[in-house]
Design a protein around this ligand. Structure first.
Ligand SMILES: NC(=O)c1ccc[n+]([C@@H]2O[C@H](COP(=O)([O-])OP(=O)(O)OC[C@H]3O[C@@H](n4cnc5c(N)ncnc54)[C@H](OP(=O)(O)O)[C@@H]3O)[C@@H](O)[C@H]2O)c1
Length: 320
């Protein structure tokens, strides 16, 4: 067998594995949660960011379908109100509130509102995100905005949510919708500097400062034009780094939050939805938004929160 045949076989095997996993997820999605699994009720409050469309909308819909009260948020009020109405018409408990995760005032006024209305939240799904590249484009023109939205915005949402997380026996949950593009050891898409990669990989050494420093270094190189030879991920560079930062921050917070006592537990995890047919991918991709939402919903609802500080795709743990 020559090298081309070997590559083709490998690709076909990967495709078969992917299809099997998709079938398994479709089957799992039809299995209802048992009474024992259902720790939540209609008084359980789940907040979803960037939920006016795509994966976020589906996460909101599925959580509401399972019987929680969902606060559907979006930065555009008209778009958010419209989709909320469609879910309410299906009989789901969904409420809208404006939220732009890039805007501190919007974050503060959102949390003040949610605290007054519900006395806190049980689940936060950080789904809002942007990418300015599709296909093989790799412009860094909007790198600062991409990192600010996907990483800094998500981080700000998490920090401000902690005092509002309701104490419960089951624990509150934070789920970050991230991407496999942010993996540290992706075969074709990773940071070239082995020393930096090793530091980012060691959960005991990993810190917010190290993650912020890495993002700042990249953004400085974007400004002076040297990023291209800086050994950064080659595919969707700014987006990949923003998600690498989200993954790293999930691990840092997983470590910090694991020290909280019973009754005040907060669990945090992150996931990749797969390559999903949404506006972000120009509706390319292999996965529907319904399936893409599945792992985030599963993480938000799973009783066994040994998922804390870990990374998932298709309901399975994957490497950072
Ligand atoms: N699609 C994929 O293949 C894929 C793969 C891996 C990871 N993801 C991740 O999945 C998440 C959802 O993406 P999607 O595919 O559903 O993309 P999408 O259809 O483009 O949806 C992105 C959502 O984020 C919102 N958003 C952007 N900036 C925001 C801000 N500053 N404040 C609040 N909301 C903001 C958008 O609002 P507007 O409508 O106002 O723009 C939109 O609702 C993202 O985090 C993305 O990185 C997607």
């Amino acid at each position: 067998m020559d090298a081309t045949e070997k590559r083709t076989n490998k690709k076909e095997r990967a495709k078969e594995r992917r299809e099997k996993r998709h079938q398994e997820i479709s089957r799992l999605r039809t299995v209802p949660y048992s009474d024992h699994d259902r720790w939540w009720s209609a008084d359980t409050i789940a907040v979803v960011t960037g939920a006016n469309r795509g994966i976020g909308f589906e996460i909101a819909r599925q959580l509401a379908f399972h019987g929680l009260t969902v606060v559907l948020t979006s930065r555009d009020t008209t778009a958010g109100e419209e989709v909320t109405k469609t879910l309410q018409e299906e009989g789901l408990k969904v409420v809208f509130h404006q939220l732009d995760i890039l805007n501190h005032e919007s974050i503060d006024s959102f949390y003040a509102w949610v605290n007054k209305k519900y006395g806190g939240i049980d689940i936060l799904v950080n789904n809002a995100g942007i990418s300015h590249n599709t296909g093989f484009d790799n412009s860094v023109e909007f790198a600062e905005k991409v990192i600010n939205t996907n990483y800094v915005g998500t981080k700000n949402m998490i920090k401000a949510s902690l005092p509002l997380m309701k104490p419960s026996a089951e624990g509150a949950r934070i789920v970050n919708v991230s991407s496999r593009l942010g993996r540290l050891n992706g075969r074709r898409n990773r940071i070239g500097d082995v020393g930096l990669r090793e530091k980012l990989e060691d959960v005991e050494l990993l810190s917010e400062d190290l993650i912020d420093g890495t993002m700042n270094k990249f953004l400085e190189e974007v400004k002076d034009g040297s990023w291209i030879s800086g050994g950064w991920p080659q595919n969707n560079t700014d987006y990949s780094l923003s998600k690498l930062a989200v993954n790293g921050y999930t691990r840092v917070m997983g470590r910090i939050l694991s020290e909280r006592g019973d009754g005040g537990k907060i669990y945090i995890s992150c996931c990749c939805p797969g390559w999903v047919k949404t506006a972000m991918t120009g509706w390319a991709g292999q996965t529907s938004p319904e399936e893409g939402a599945d792992t985030a919903v599963w993480l938000a609802l799973i009783r066994d929160q040994s998922v804390n500080g870990k990374f998932f795709a298709e309901r399975r743990e994957i490497n950072f």
